[in-house]
Design a protein around this ligand. Structure first.
Ligand code: PMV
Length: 304
């Protein structure tokens, strides 16, 4: 039986998480070390899904998959295939709930696979819309940053309602990613910030720092970029979305020679990133492991 397959990648937020929800700018990068593969094949019973979170009839999928479920129904409707019986299999190497955008990545891979199965063209606008709706179900108030970064497969400067600016870093630096191993809910983190009555100056500062980092990238100034990342981490901590585990990994990477480090994504667990010169990468990886990182990765900013 023929199987249609589509892939998507993860993403890393460099700057602007949380403030991006309030209309400030953010910078994010695609992360190709982890990916999602969605496979679709004809089935003789119902529409079913086989994933790490649930296997069975799509109509009985748990609320965690509500966004994806709606996306599949809407995709089939757009394709005039509401009555098509299919089996969707999702394979993922993207750790979920760690700030890698796994929910948006699943949506992208499934939407692409659906259209490819039907042999129909899926425009970027349609894909962005389908993924945006799924993310809304999942996170209530998503900025759209995750979906846009994953769809564009390029580093972007993002501001809600504006056209994304594609970025080329081309910097002789590495970005080390450390996973605390602690799952975190983006929805909870976004709610926590929303409840904070004193958030305004922090949101302003995060937006300012994001713009500063855009300048740092353009001026190829890694030292200043590191300092701006450190400041962003302090502000995110003040907003209440850092944790002891994140702080420990951030501090240990700085001790090992990083130019700057911060949490990445929603926080309350998940991942952190450290910017460094290439001769410090291994020391930072060792230090992160010693400090309890469950996994680490390296992104070469020359290739971004
Ligand atoms: O936790 P993640 O990687 O899905 O990142 C969410 C980023 C936020 O700014 C916190 C939320 C959003 O919708 O942009």
């Amino acid at each position: 039986m023929s199987v249609t397959e589509s892939k998507s990648n993860a993403k890393i937020i460099l700057m602007g998480e949380h403030s991006v929800v309030y209309g400030k700018s953010a910078i994010a990068l695609p992360f190709f070390a982890a990916e999602i593969i969605a496979r679709i094949q004809k089935s003789d019973s119902d529409i079913s899904i086989d994933s790490e979170h649930f296997s069975g009839k799509l109509s009985q999928a748990p609320s965690l998959l509500k966004g994806v479920r709606n996306l599949i129904y809407e995709g089939l409707k757009l394709l005039n295939m509401e009555n098509e019986k299919i089996k969707i299999t999702v394979e993922s190497t993207i750790p979920s709930q760690r700030g890698f955008g796994s929910s948006a990545a699943v949506s992208v891979a499934i939407a692409k696979a659906l259209f490819s199965y039907a042999n129909k063209n899926l425009t970027v606008e349609m894909l962005t819309d389908l993924v945006g709706k799924a993310e809304k179900t999942h996170h209530e108030n998503p900025s759209g940053l995750d979906g846009d970064t994953i769809i564009s497969k390029q580093a972007i400067y993002f501001k809600k309602g504006n056209e994304n600016i594609k970025l080329n870093f081309n910097l002789d630096l590495d970005l080390v990613v450390g996973d605390t191993g602690v799952p975190a809910s983006t929805k909870e983190a976004v709610r926590k910030v929303a409840r904070n009555k004193d958030k305004e100056p922090f949101i302003e500062e995060l937006g300012y720092l994001s713009n500063q980092v855009l300048k740092n990238i353009r001026n190829r100034d890694g030292e200043s970029m590191g300092l701006n990342m450190n400041q962003a981490h302090r502000v995110l901590s003040q907003l209440g979305v850092s944790t002891d585990e994140l702080d420990r990994l951030v501090n240990s990477s700085l001790k090992a020679g990083a130019l700057g480090a911060k949490l990445s994504g929603g926080g309350l667990g998940g991942c952190m990133i450290a910017l460094c010169k290439k001769d410090k990468t291994q020391d930072i990886l060792n230090e992160l492991k010693e400090s309890g990182a469950s996994s680490t990765w390296v992104l070469d900013l020359k290739e971004i």
